[in-house]
Design a protein around this ligand. Structure first.
Ligand SMILES: NC(=O)c1ccc[n+]([C@@H]2O[C@H](COP(=O)([O-])OP(=O)(O)OC[C@H]3O[C@@H](n4cnc5c(N)ncnc54)[C@H](O)[C@@H]3O)[C@@H](O)[C@H]2O)c1
Ligand SMILES: O=C(O)C[C@H](O)C(=O)O
Length: 336
């Protein structure tokens, strides 16, 4: 019996994500938490769907009881709480607000469901995941196998945008492309050379077309932010992606499914094989993760990457360590 919680469940991602989670028969309890009271109505609405999950809504309260009720005994917690971008902003511009939100929610998890799988969607993911890790470390409950930054939207975009680039727009679901690095601009590295099935060699021969495709995947979030023109960032495609990753975790952890591999931004610092394949001692990085009963079962190294992908990796490594340090310092050296 899987108990799941969505923190930030009344938001643009939270509502459709909660609806999708309600359709997963493996979930028997679905707890929706937010700072805004309408989350109770969202839970009431979703509770009428004729699937097994018993759904409840919980509002943030000064005494912490709302969060406690949402989290106690939870097996998996998905966090899309926080503010989204507006045009002209970077994900890092969200740090000042979202860092504190993720810190407080992680403290609640450490207290009420320290063994839960934690899936962080709130941006900037490159920093919010290290923040959660530091909170868990301080509370003595950090388990690197259970903490995930959700980068599935980059994977989803890679398939869709690659299919479009090769003029096969109806084939988006045919391509599986690992995406490594982080979740922001140049830190996002789609390994198109490792696509299964392989993308046509003509794409790799046309350097301009290849670079345009990579850029489109890296900055796919901007396309949505600009199109929504101040109305937020990706919500529906993110709900789809978040649900897909949550289902992958649930199927491997609770339903005994084997061979489930999905890229995710995870703690890699203790894994020499991985840091060697990245070429840098780095604490967090998105790599293909084999999922299992304890969460991360095995991290997969980067494998063969093309010279162009090596350049992308160098650019990623210029930016990502700073974002990780920023998150770590937010917890270790709080401003007075
Ligand atoms: N990882 C990704 O690929 C990805 C993709 C899209 C969006 N995001 C990020 O997800 C976050 C949410 O985006 P959105 O479009 O759903 O925003 P939104 O504003 O529509 O919803 C956010 C929700 O979080 C709630 N919230 C705020 N503080 C909270 C707290 N302390 N506890 C619980 N709930 C709280 C708000 O009330 C709101 O309902 C943003 O940071 C956005 O950048 C990440
Ligand atoms: O672009 C954003 O700010 C939201 C999200 O990270 C995305 O990739 O769509």
């Amino acid at each position: 019996m899987v108990k799941a919680a969505v923190l930030g469940a009344a938001g643009g991602i939270g509502q459709p994500l909660a609806l999708l989670l309600k359709t997963d028969p493996a979930i028997k309890e679905l707890r929706l938490f937010d700072v805004v009271p309408v989350v109770k109505g969202v839970a009431q609405d979703i509770s009428h769907v004729d699937t097994p999950a018993v759904t409840s809504g919980h509002v943030k309260s000064d005494d912490g009881e709302g969060l406690k009720a949402a989290l106690t005994g939870c097996d998996i917690v998905v966090i899309p709480a926080g503010v989204p971008r507006k045009p002209g902003m970077t994900r890092d511009d969200l740090f000042n607000i979202n860092a504190g939100i993720v810190r407080d929610l992680a403290q609640g998890i450490a207290q009420h469901c320290p063994k839960a799988f934690v899936l962080i969607i709130s941006n900037p993911v490159n920093s919010t995941v290290p923040i959660a890790a530091e909170v868990f470390k301080a509370a003595g409950v950090f388990d690197p196998k259970r903490l995930f930054g959700v980068t599935t939207l980059d994977v989803v975009r890679s398939s869709t945008m690659s299919a479009q680039a090769i003029d096969k727009p109806n084939s988006a679901d045919e391509f599986t492309i690992p995406v490594i690095g982080g979740h922001s601009g140049h830190t996002i590295i789609p390994l198109l050379s490792q696509s299964k099935p392989a993308l046509p060699s003509s794409l790799f021969e046309d350097k301009e077309k290849l670079a345009a495709l990579v850029k489109r995947i890296q900055f796919g979030g901007d396309e949505v932010v600009e199109a929504k023109a101040g109305g937020g960032s990706a919500t529906l495609s993110m709900a789809y992606a978040g649900f897909r990753f949550a289902q992958q975790v649930i199927s491997a952890a609770f339903n005994g499914k084997k061979g489930v591999i999905a890229p995710s931004y995870v703690y890699v610092a203790d894994n020499k094989e991985i840091t060697q394949s990245i070429g840098k001692d780095i604490a967090f990085f998105s790599v293909p993760v084999e999922l299992g009963p304890s969460g991360v079962e095995k991290l997969h190294p980067l494998g063969d990457i093309s010279p162009y992908e090596k350049e992308l990796l160098s650019a990623c490594l210029e930016e990502l360590p700073g974002s990780i340090t920023k998150g770590v310092q937010f917890i270790q050296q709080p401003k007075l």
